[in-house]
Ligand binder design. Sequence first.
Ligand SMILES: Cc1cc2nc3c(=O)[nH]c(=O)nc-3n(C[C@H](O)[C@H](O)[C@H](O)COP(=O)(O)O)c2cc1C
Length: 138
Amino acid sequence: MLAQLLYISKRSANCTQEEIKKILASAQKNNPELGITGLLLYSDTRFIQYIEGERTKLMPFYDNLKKDERHHDTILMSLSLVKERIFPNWHMGEKLTSEDNINYISDITKEDKMVFDGVLEGSEDAGQRIQRVLQKFL
Ligand SMILES: Cc1cc2nc3c(=O)[nH]c(=O)nc-3n(C[C@H](O)[C@H](O)[C@H](O)COP(=O)(O)O)c2cc1C
């Protein structure tokens, strides 16, 4: 049974760009055999990661990620069963972003921006709507 999970976290001071490269290398190595796909958005201070895969694989995967000291204060925003993947071809897409450059992505509407800001601030009810906004980052 397929499930999706979205969490936000704070990027640790020790998480340099070099470390981000290592994270992505780990994802490229590990995610295909686990059947995990998704998207990692990061700014200088935050992460937003959307992951999808078999329910039984997803929770242990998330529990493991939470222990990584390159981030902290993880908040689970959304967890649900899904019929299909929204990132079937991305073992872990990634994008460096900032709150400022969100304004320059043309098809991000004011409403999308509010959802995104809500997620960054940890507002619970934004979780359900963020998937649609995330797809626009690619
Ligand atoms: C924000 C964040 C996202 C991560 N995403 C993934 C991921 O999608 N896949 C992965 O294998 N490791 C990910 N990691 C790294 C894992 O915590 C862990 O270091 C890695 O799986 C170890 O695998 P390796 O020893 O095989 O490289 C992430 C770490 C952080 C801080």
